[in-house]
Design a protein around this ligand. Structure first.
Ligand code: AMP
Length: 252
């Protein structure tokens, strides 16, 4: 079970582990439309929650680069490559991981971008160089993006969301101390694990992450607007309200 009681049907093994690892439950090629979406927006705007909702209802797989780094973090140090250990040091500070490391990690997972079930990219691309490389990987437009969803929220609301966020280390469910508290303080509703605050959700990291967003990621709004695929969605309100707005914006 995950976030809001959704059943997570897909394991995303090929994405989380990379290389030749296969998914146990790969998404079937849908009879209708194949969705290839990029979710853009500042950290804490709710991209991950929206990706989960969209994935459960549109069928495409939720591909989060942050989840790949967090999965590597939970391995023993001996199992983590030096490049990945380097990436994790950037992540801990709230800094962006350098493009070369991110792009090498994506290249190992390129087949997820060509999956018949489509994809929901969350947290990638985050720089113009990454966006250019994504275009190359998708064959310069041969595999077109359906849309780039730009979730928009004022900065003070973003900081409040991030600093109150608490995560379950086991099932990854996400709570908020004020707006989405667990039934028992500090404990996951779904699996009873003790909730924790992500290292990069601490105030000093939040400041670094917001600065990195402004400098490196915000220019992607213009990048995708010029290419005619940008769809801006106001990210105020409950996850369900934002989700309904997203479906409307996509005419889905
Ligand atoms: P997220 O869960 O998407 O907020 O990602 C958590 C952290 O992982 C970020 O603060 C970065 O340190 C790192 N990260 C994830 N995706 C990228 C990316 N595409 N480029 C650079 N750093 C990334």
């Amino acid at each position: 079970m995950k976030d809001g009681g959704l059943i997570e049907k897909r394991d995303r093994m090929a994405w989380l582990k990379g290389g030749t690892v296969q998914c146990n439950h790969p998404p079937a090629k849908p009879a209708g439309r194949v969705w290839r979406l990029v979710l853009l927006g500042a950290p804490g705007v709710g991209k991950g929650t929206q990706a989960d909702l969209l994935s459960a209802r549109l069928g495409a797989c939720h591909l989060s680069t942050g989840d790949v780094f967090r999965a590597a973090k939970s391995l023993c140090s001996g199992e983590v490559s030096p490049a990945m250990q380097n990436a994790l040091a950037y992540m801990r500070r709230g800094d962006l991981v350098p493009d070369a490391i991110v792009l090498a990690m994506i290249a190992e997972r390129a087949r997820c971008l060509h999956c018949g079930g489509g994809f929901l990219l969350d947290g990638f691309p985050r720089t113009v160089a990454q966006a250019e490389e994504l275009k190359n990987m998708l064959g310069q437009g041969k595999v077109p993006l359906t849309a780039v969803l730009n979730y928009d929220l004022p900065t003070d609301q973003i900081v409040a969301r991030l600093s109150g966020r608490r995560t379950c280390p086991k099932c990854k469910a996400v709570f908020h101390v004020d707006t989405r508290p667990p039934r028992v303080k500090g404990t996951c509703d779904h699996c009873g694990e003790e909730l924790y605050q992500r290292e990069d959700d601490r105030p000093e990291s939040i400041r670094v992450r917001m600065a990195a967003y402004e400098k490196s990621t915000r220019p992607l709004i213009d990048f995708y607007q010029k290419r005619g695929v940008l769809v801006t969605v106001p990210a105020e309100g409950s996850p369900e309200e934002i989700y309904q707005r997203t479906r409307l914006a996509l005419s889905a």
